[in-house]
Design a protein around this ligand. Structure first.
Ligand SMILES: NC(=O)c1ccc[n+]([C@@H]2O[C@H](COP(=O)([O-])OP(=O)(O)OC[C@H]3O[C@@H](n4cnc5c(N)ncnc54)[C@H](OP(=O)(O)O)[C@@H]3O)[C@@H](O)[C@H]2O)c1
Length: 345
């Protein structure tokens, strides 16, 4: 099978054509993974998405550092291609999605049946390849942890990025007043099309002035929930907009800078700071994760959500997919899609 292999830590935007020293290499005859147990399922991958974590991991900058060589990639969709003899939930041909710690940038992946989700009828199987990580993270953060309610003010940093768009959509579904922060008119137009109540365009305006003007016009006291996948000075500025009793969701550090939340101010203002590492729920809260993804898939099937796909590439152009993330070009998710010509077993 074809698989994208990380042989050295380095820049994933270099073409994966095997140049000496390049981080990624496109292997065209990689061994197809075998079923590992009686409840294993092999999935023919249809689509897999890029997450910022994949970009960091190939550079050796992510919290999880697998030994070399490894196949990167986390969330994916596809069809069941083989099942172990004790599998009861799935049959060959079923459309499924899931996420793995590693390994989805390949034509086949093996998972235990307990890790797979059936994709409901009517959902676009390609778009679902970009669903589990981004939407799962925002759902656990906003619904399970912050318990966001109708009428509350949600502020989303990096609002046009992968997790940002999902947070905005879930915020609207929960009936919150949503403020989105992004850079550039294309991102702003897209966020307005989602019904975001106020969008800050960082290329044109100063965030806190813009948000304060909006809050004043709406007679709102401040932000109830801050969703923060960016970090750095944007977090520092955002803290000044939070209400008494606000909640801060620490999602990530796309800016490259880990922010400080002063404990003395958190005390005085009764803030709650949630650190959220979604992937770890598979070990520490599997029921939460399962219920969350099932609710999200039902929202997708009912048309309450659509997955915004920004860019689509084949595996051999994965470097361009990584470049779209690196250059902040993505609006929503970046996908790698496999064609139908993958090997027949
Ligand atoms: N905690 C978890 O379990 C979890 C799960 C998923 C993702 N994450 C984290 O969340 C963060 C965002 O992930 P994502 O997949 O949404 O990434 P993404 O699609 O690339 O979006 C990141 C957004 O951050 C903004 N940004 C600000 N400074 C940036 C910089 N220096 N470089 C790149 N982007 C910058 C960009 O918005 P503008 O250009 O509009 O400013 C961009 O749209 C990452 O740190 C990722 O690791 C965490």
């Amino acid at each position: 099978m074809e698989a994208l292999v990380c042989r050295n830590l380095g820049d994933p935007t270099v073409p994966p054509e095997g140049a000496d020293g390049s981080a990624l290499w496109l292997s065209r005859d990689h061994p197809i993974p075998q079923l590992k147990s009686r409840t294993s399922v092999r999935v023919r991958v249809k689509a897999t998405s890029l997450n910022f974590a994949n970009y960091l991991q190939v550079q050796g900058k992510y919290q999880e550092k697998p030994p070399l060589p490894f196949i990167p990639g986390s969330d994916y969709s596809g069809t069941v291609e083989a099942v172990g003899e004790a599998v009861t939930k799935f049959k060959i041909g079923d459309p499924v999605c899931s996420f793995a710690a590693l390994g989805s940038f390949a034509q086949f992946i093996v998972a235990d049946e307990s890790e797979l989700f059936l994709v409901p009828k009517g959902c676009d199987l390609v778009a679902v390849g970009a669903f589990p990580v981004a939407y799962g993270t925002s759902h656990v953060a906003l619904v399970h942890r912050a318990q966001l309610r109708a009428g509350q003010v949600l502020m989303v940093l990096g609002a046009a990025g992968g997790v940002g768009v999902s947070a905005v959509q879930i915020g609207k579904i929960r009936g919150a007043t949503v403020i989105g922060v992004a850079r550039g008119s294309e991102k702003v137009q897209f966020l307005k099309s989602l019904g975001v109540d106020h969008v800050v365009d960082l290329s044109k305006e100063e965030m806190s002035e813009s948000v304060k003007g909006f809050l004043k016009a709406r007679k709102l006291k401040g932000v109830d929930v801050l969703y923060d996948p960016v970090g750095g000075k944007l977090t520092k500025e955002s803290l000044k907009l939070l209400k008494w009793g606000a909640q801060i969701l620490i999602i990530g550090f796309a800016s490259g800078e880990v922010p400080l939340v002063p404990a003395n101010i958190a005390l005085v203002k009764n803030w709650t700071v949630h650190g959220l590492y979604w992937g770890s729920y598979r070990i520490h809260g599997p029921r939460v994760l399962e219920d969350s993804l099932n609710e999200l898939l039902s929202w997708l099937a009912d048309g309450l959500l659509t997955v915004k796909i920004s860019h689509t590439f084949g595996l051999r152009h994965a470097n361009l997919a990584f470049a779209a993330l690196k250059n902040r070009e993505a609006i929503g998710k970046v996908l790698i899609v496999f064609d139908e010509a993958s090997p027949k077993l």
